[in-house]
Design a binder for this molecule. Structure first.
Ligand SMILES: Cc1ncc(C[n+]2csc(CCOP(=O)(O)OP(=O)(O)O)c2C)c(N)n1
Length: 294
Protein backbone atom coordinates (compact mmCIF):
# COMPACT_ATOMS: atom_id res chain seq x y z
CA UNK A 1 0.00 0.00 0.00
CA UNK A 2 1.38 3.44 -0.87
CA UNK A 3 1.93 6.18 1.70
CA UNK A 4 -0.90 8.11 0.03
CA UNK A 5 -3.42 5.44 0.93
CA UNK A 6 -2.38 5.40 4.58
CA UNK A 7 -3.05 9.11 5.00
CA UNK A 8 -5.91 9.83 7.34
CA UNK A 9 -8.35 12.62 6.63
CA UNK A 10 -9.01 15.25 9.28
CA UNK A 11 -12.51 15.15 10.80
CA UNK A 12 -15.28 16.71 8.77
CA UNK A 13 -18.44 18.35 10.03
CA UNK A 14 -20.35 15.29 8.81
CA UNK A 15 -18.32 13.06 11.17
CA UNK A 16 -19.00 15.26 14.13
CA UNK A 17 -22.76 15.48 13.71
CA UNK A 18 -23.13 11.73 13.06
CA UNK A 19 -25.01 12.63 9.91
CA UNK A 20 -27.85 10.35 8.97
CA UNK A 21 -28.88 9.82 5.36
CA UNK A 22 -27.80 12.95 3.52
CA UNK A 23 -30.96 14.20 1.93
CA UNK A 24 -31.02 17.97 2.05
CA UNK A 25 -33.93 18.33 -0.36
CA UNK A 26 -32.35 21.70 -0.88
CA UNK A 27 -34.45 24.69 -1.89
CA UNK A 28 -33.70 26.41 -5.21
CA UNK A 29 -31.84 29.14 -3.31
CA UNK A 30 -29.76 26.58 -1.40
CA UNK A 31 -28.94 24.76 -4.64
CA UNK A 32 -27.83 28.02 -6.25
CA UNK A 33 -25.68 28.86 -3.23
CA UNK A 34 -24.04 25.41 -3.28
CA UNK A 35 -23.41 25.68 -7.03
CA UNK A 36 -21.72 29.04 -6.61
CA UNK A 37 -19.42 27.69 -3.90
CA UNK A 38 -18.56 24.71 -6.08
CA UNK A 39 -17.76 26.98 -9.05
CA UNK A 40 -15.47 29.09 -6.84
CA UNK A 41 -13.69 25.94 -5.65
CA UNK A 42 -13.18 24.74 -9.23
CA UNK A 43 -11.54 28.02 -10.21
CA UNK A 44 -9.33 28.30 -7.12
CA UNK A 45 -8.31 24.62 -7.11
CA UNK A 46 -7.25 24.54 -10.74
CA UNK A 47 -5.64 28.00 -10.42
CA UNK A 48 -3.55 26.86 -7.46
CA UNK A 49 -2.62 23.58 -9.15
CA UNK A 50 -1.70 25.41 -12.37
CA UNK A 51 -3.37 22.64 -14.37
CA UNK A 52 -6.63 20.75 -14.67
CA UNK A 53 -9.92 20.93 -16.53
CA UNK A 54 -12.06 23.92 -15.52
CA UNK A 55 -14.28 24.14 -18.63
CA UNK A 56 -15.92 20.71 -18.45
CA UNK A 57 -16.10 20.96 -14.65
CA UNK A 58 -17.99 24.27 -14.73
CA UNK A 59 -20.48 23.06 -17.35
CA UNK A 60 -21.83 20.25 -15.16
CA UNK A 61 -22.10 22.08 -11.82
CA UNK A 62 -25.91 22.25 -11.73
CA UNK A 63 -26.24 18.58 -12.78
CA UNK A 64 -24.00 17.32 -10.00
CA UNK A 65 -25.34 19.78 -7.41
CA UNK A 66 -28.93 18.65 -8.08
CA UNK A 67 -27.93 15.03 -7.61
CA UNK A 68 -25.93 15.44 -4.40
CA UNK A 69 -28.03 18.14 -2.73
CA UNK A 70 -31.52 17.11 -3.78
CA UNK A 71 -31.98 13.79 -5.53
CA UNK A 72 -29.57 11.20 -4.17
CA UNK A 73 -29.80 9.15 -0.99
CA UNK A 74 -26.30 9.08 0.51
CA UNK A 75 -24.31 9.35 3.73
CA UNK A 76 -21.15 11.46 3.56
CA UNK A 77 -19.89 9.95 6.84
CA UNK A 78 -20.33 6.44 5.40
CA UNK A 79 -19.21 6.63 1.74
CA UNK A 80 -19.53 2.86 1.19
CA UNK A 81 -23.03 2.56 2.68
CA UNK A 82 -24.43 -0.33 0.59
CA UNK A 83 -27.82 1.29 -0.07
CA UNK A 84 -26.47 4.63 -1.30
CA UNK A 85 -27.55 5.95 -4.66
CA UNK A 86 -24.51 5.99 -6.93
CA UNK A 87 -22.97 8.84 -8.90
CA UNK A 88 -20.32 7.74 -11.40
CA UNK A 89 -18.21 10.39 -13.09
CA UNK A 90 -17.32 8.89 -16.45
CA UNK A 91 -15.71 12.10 -17.75
CA UNK A 92 -12.99 11.74 -15.13
CA UNK A 93 -11.16 14.91 -16.15
CA UNK A 94 -13.98 16.84 -14.43
CA UNK A 95 -12.52 15.63 -11.12
CA UNK A 96 -12.38 19.17 -9.65
CA UNK A 97 -16.17 19.33 -9.88
CA UNK A 98 -16.62 16.02 -8.08
CA UNK A 99 -14.05 16.83 -5.38
CA UNK A 100 -15.59 20.25 -4.72
CA UNK A 101 -19.07 18.72 -4.44
CA UNK A 102 -17.90 15.92 -2.14
CA UNK A 103 -16.17 18.50 0.06
CA UNK A 104 -19.29 20.69 0.26
CA UNK A 105 -21.29 17.59 1.28
CA UNK A 106 -18.79 16.66 4.02
CA UNK A 107 -16.99 13.66 2.48
CA UNK A 108 -13.69 15.51 2.92
CA UNK A 109 -12.62 18.81 4.40
CA UNK A 110 -12.93 21.83 2.13
CA UNK A 111 -9.33 22.70 3.11
CA UNK A 112 -8.16 19.55 1.27
CA UNK A 113 -9.25 21.03 -2.07
CA UNK A 114 -6.17 23.25 -2.34
CA UNK A 115 -4.01 20.10 -2.59
CA UNK A 116 -5.41 19.19 -6.03
CA UNK A 117 -2.82 17.43 -8.22
CA UNK A 118 -0.06 17.54 -5.59
CA UNK A 119 2.11 14.44 -5.26
CA UNK A 120 0.70 13.15 -1.94
CA UNK A 121 -2.78 14.57 -2.33
CA UNK A 122 -5.96 12.50 -2.04
CA UNK A 123 -7.18 14.53 -4.99
CA UNK A 124 -5.38 13.48 -8.14
CA UNK A 125 -5.95 15.02 -11.57
CA UNK A 126 -8.24 12.16 -12.55
CA UNK A 127 -10.42 10.25 -10.11
CA UNK A 128 -9.14 7.33 -8.03
CA UNK A 129 -11.79 5.37 -6.13
CA UNK A 130 -9.17 3.83 -3.82
CA UNK A 131 -7.95 7.24 -2.71
CA UNK A 132 -10.83 9.67 -2.39
CA UNK A 133 -13.86 9.05 -0.15
CA UNK A 134 -17.07 9.14 -2.20
CA UNK A 135 -15.46 8.47 -5.58
CA UNK A 136 -17.15 5.38 -7.07
CA UNK A 137 -14.93 4.72 -10.09
CA UNK A 138 -11.38 5.48 -11.17
CA UNK A 139 -11.74 7.33 -14.46
CA UNK A 140 -9.84 9.41 -16.98
CA UNK A 141 -9.79 7.05 -19.93
CA UNK A 142 -13.03 8.16 -21.55
CA UNK A 143 -15.79 5.79 -22.62
CA UNK A 144 -15.84 3.34 -19.72
CA UNK A 145 -18.27 4.81 -17.21
CA UNK A 146 -21.52 3.69 -18.78
CA UNK A 147 -20.36 0.05 -18.90
CA UNK A 148 -19.30 0.30 -15.24
CA UNK A 149 -22.59 1.95 -14.27
CA UNK A 150 -24.59 -0.77 -16.00
CA UNK A 151 -22.70 -3.40 -14.01
CA UNK A 152 -23.47 -1.55 -10.76
CA UNK A 153 -27.14 -1.21 -11.76
CA UNK A 154 -27.47 -4.92 -12.59
CA UNK A 155 -25.71 -5.87 -9.33
CA UNK A 156 -28.29 -3.81 -7.44
CA UNK A 157 -31.10 -5.62 -9.15
CA UNK A 158 -29.55 -9.06 -8.47
CA UNK A 159 -28.99 -8.17 -4.81
CA UNK A 160 -32.55 -6.82 -4.48
CA UNK A 161 -31.29 -3.34 -3.56
CA UNK A 162 -33.28 -0.33 -4.63
CA UNK A 163 -30.44 2.16 -5.13
CA UNK A 164 -30.32 4.18 -8.33
CA UNK A 165 -27.25 4.67 -10.52
CA UNK A 166 -26.37 7.95 -12.24
CA UNK A 167 -23.48 8.31 -14.67
CA UNK A 168 -22.22 11.57 -16.15
CA UNK A 169 -20.80 11.41 -19.67
CA UNK A 170 -19.30 14.11 -21.83
CA UNK A 171 -20.78 14.65 -25.27
CA UNK A 172 -17.31 14.34 -26.83
CA UNK A 173 -16.91 11.15 -24.82
CA UNK A 174 -19.82 9.73 -26.82
CA UNK A 175 -17.42 9.45 -29.79
CA UNK A 176 -16.21 6.30 -28.02
CA UNK A 177 -17.63 3.03 -29.36
CA UNK A 178 -17.78 1.50 -25.89
CA UNK A 179 -20.46 4.02 -24.91
CA UNK A 180 -22.78 2.60 -27.57
CA UNK A 181 -22.05 -1.03 -26.68
CA UNK A 182 -23.06 -0.20 -23.11
CA UNK A 183 -26.09 1.75 -24.33
CA UNK A 184 -27.27 -1.28 -26.30
CA UNK A 185 -26.71 -3.64 -23.36
CA UNK A 186 -28.47 -1.30 -20.88
CA UNK A 187 -31.63 -1.33 -22.98
CA UNK A 188 -31.37 -5.08 -23.57
CA UNK A 189 -31.22 -5.69 -19.82
CA UNK A 190 -34.03 -3.16 -19.16
CA UNK A 191 -31.88 -1.29 -16.62
CA UNK A 192 -34.52 1.13 -15.39
CA UNK A 193 -32.47 1.93 -12.27
CA UNK A 194 -29.83 3.52 -14.52
CA UNK A 195 -29.74 7.18 -15.60
CA UNK A 196 -27.09 8.53 -17.94
CA UNK A 197 -26.67 12.29 -18.05
CA UNK A 198 -24.80 13.75 -21.01
CA UNK A 199 -23.14 17.11 -20.35
CA UNK A 200 -23.98 18.36 -23.81
CA UNK A 201 -21.78 21.45 -23.91
CA UNK A 202 -21.10 21.08 -27.64
CA UNK A 203 -17.31 21.03 -27.28
CA UNK A 204 -14.55 18.53 -26.74
CA UNK A 205 -10.77 18.79 -26.46
CA UNK A 206 -10.14 20.28 -29.92
CA UNK A 207 -13.20 22.50 -30.25
CA UNK A 208 -16.81 22.09 -31.35
CA UNK A 209 -18.21 18.56 -31.80
CA UNK A 210 -19.82 19.58 -35.08
CA UNK A 211 -16.31 20.15 -36.51
CA UNK A 212 -14.51 17.23 -34.84
CA UNK A 213 -17.15 14.47 -34.88
CA UNK A 214 -20.79 15.31 -35.48
CA UNK A 215 -23.05 13.54 -32.95
CA UNK A 216 -26.40 14.66 -34.34
CA UNK A 217 -29.14 13.59 -34.41
CA UNK A 218 -28.07 12.81 -30.85
CA UNK A 219 -31.44 12.27 -29.08
CA UNK A 220 -32.61 10.05 -31.96
CA UNK A 221 -29.54 7.86 -31.57
CA UNK A 222 -30.23 7.19 -27.89
CA UNK A 223 -33.88 6.53 -28.66
CA UNK A 224 -32.92 4.08 -31.39
CA UNK A 225 -30.74 2.26 -28.85
CA UNK A 226 -33.85 1.75 -26.66
CA UNK A 227 -33.49 4.60 -24.15
CA UNK A 228 -36.05 7.00 -22.77
CA UNK A 229 -34.68 10.44 -23.74
CA UNK A 230 -35.25 13.65 -21.78
CA UNK A 231 -33.72 16.95 -22.92
CA UNK A 232 -33.22 19.77 -20.42
CA UNK A 233 -31.47 23.07 -19.85
CA UNK A 234 -28.55 21.68 -17.85
CA UNK A 235 -28.18 24.87 -15.82
CA UNK A 236 -31.81 24.93 -14.66
CA UNK A 237 -32.33 23.21 -11.29
CA UNK A 238 -36.04 22.80 -11.73
CA UNK A 239 -35.67 21.21 -15.20
CA UNK A 240 -33.03 18.85 -13.84
CA UNK A 241 -35.10 17.92 -10.79
CA UNK A 242 -38.15 17.19 -12.92
CA UNK A 243 -36.05 15.06 -15.28
CA UNK A 244 -34.62 12.96 -12.44
CA UNK A 245 -38.11 12.51 -10.98
CA UNK A 246 -39.49 11.48 -14.37
CA UNK A 247 -36.64 8.99 -14.85
CA UNK A 248 -37.66 7.33 -11.57
CA UNK A 249 -41.15 6.66 -12.94
CA UNK A 250 -39.95 4.98 -16.13
CA UNK A 251 -40.07 1.20 -16.01
CA UNK A 252 -38.40 -1.32 -18.31
CA UNK A 253 -35.83 0.94 -19.97
CA UNK A 254 -32.91 3.17 -19.00
CA UNK A 255 -33.13 6.96 -19.19
CA UNK A 256 -30.70 9.43 -20.70
CA UNK A 257 -30.92 13.09 -19.76
CA UNK A 258 -29.34 15.20 -22.46
CA UNK A 259 -28.42 18.33 -20.53
CA UNK A 260 -27.73 21.32 -22.74
CA UNK A 261 -24.92 23.25 -21.08
CA UNK A 262 -22.23 25.84 -21.73
CA UNK A 263 -18.61 24.84 -21.31
CA UNK A 264 -16.95 27.12 -18.74
CA UNK A 265 -20.37 28.27 -17.47
CA UNK A 266 -20.29 31.12 -14.96
CA UNK A 267 -16.97 32.69 -15.93
CA UNK A 268 -17.42 34.96 -18.96
CA UNK A 269 -13.97 34.45 -20.50
CA UNK A 270 -14.12 30.67 -20.06
CA UNK A 271 -17.59 30.23 -21.56
CA UNK A 272 -17.45 28.35 -24.89
CA UNK A 273 -13.70 28.86 -24.89
CA UNK A 274 -11.84 25.63 -25.76
CA UNK A 275 -8.62 27.14 -24.34
CA UNK A 276 -10.01 26.34 -20.88
CA UNK A 277 -10.75 22.69 -21.66
CA UNK A 278 -7.50 21.52 -20.10
CA UNK A 279 -5.74 24.66 -18.92
CA UNK A 280 -5.97 26.40 -15.56
CA UNK A 281 -6.61 30.11 -15.07
CA UNK A 282 -3.54 32.17 -14.12
CA UNK A 283 -3.54 34.35 -10.99
CA UNK A 284 -5.07 37.37 -12.75
CA UNK A 285 -7.74 35.21 -14.35
CA UNK A 286 -8.55 33.61 -10.97
CA UNK A 287 -9.13 37.08 -9.49
CA UNK A 288 -11.34 38.10 -12.41
CA UNK A 289 -13.33 34.88 -12.19
CA UNK A 290 -13.83 35.20 -8.43
CA UNK A 291 -15.25 38.71 -8.91
CA UNK A 292 -17.75 37.31 -11.41
CA UNK A 293 -18.65 34.53 -8.97
CA UNK A 294 -19.25 36.78 -5.95
C1 LIG B 1 -9.90 7.25 -24.20
C2 LIG B 1 -9.50 8.69 -24.11
N1 LIG B 1 -9.13 9.35 -25.23
C3 LIG B 1 -8.75 10.64 -25.17
C4 LIG B 1 -8.70 11.29 -23.97
C5 LIG B 1 -8.23 12.73 -23.89
N2 LIG B 1 -9.33 13.62 -23.58
C6 LIG B 1 -9.49 14.15 -22.36
S1 LIG B 1 -10.84 15.13 -22.22
C7 LIG B 1 -11.21 14.90 -23.86
C8 LIG B 1 -12.41 15.57 -24.48
C9 LIG B 1 -13.68 15.09 -23.91
O1 LIG B 1 -14.75 15.85 -24.37
P1 LIG B 1 -16.10 15.83 -23.58
O2 LIG B 1 -16.42 14.42 -23.23
O3 LIG B 1 -17.11 16.57 -24.36
O4 LIG B 1 -15.73 16.56 -22.24
P2 LIG B 1 -16.03 18.07 -21.80
O5 LIG B 1 -16.07 18.92 -23.03
O6 LIG B 1 -17.37 18.04 -21.15
O7 LIG B 1 -14.94 18.43 -20.87
C10 LIG B 1 -10.29 14.06 -24.46
C11 LIG B 1 -10.33 13.66 -25.89
C12 LIG B 1 -9.07 10.57 -22.82
N3 LIG B 1 -9.06 11.13 -21.60
N4 LIG B 1 -9.47 9.28 -22.91
Amino acid sequence: MSSQKKRKLPQTSADSVEAEVFSLSASPAALAAAAKKIRRHIVTMTGKAGSGHPGGSLSAVEIVTTLYFKMMRHKPHDPRWPDRDRFILSKGHAAPLLYATLAECGYLPVSELCTLRQMDSLLQGHTDCNLTPGVEMSAGALGQGLSFALGVALAGRLNKQDYRVHVLLGDGECDEGQVWEAAMASAHFKADNLVAIVDNNGQQIDGWNRDVMNLEPFPDKWQAFGWQVIEVDGHNFSHLTQAFKKAKQIKGQPTVIIAHTVKGKGVSFMENNPDFHGAAPNAIEVDLAMKELE
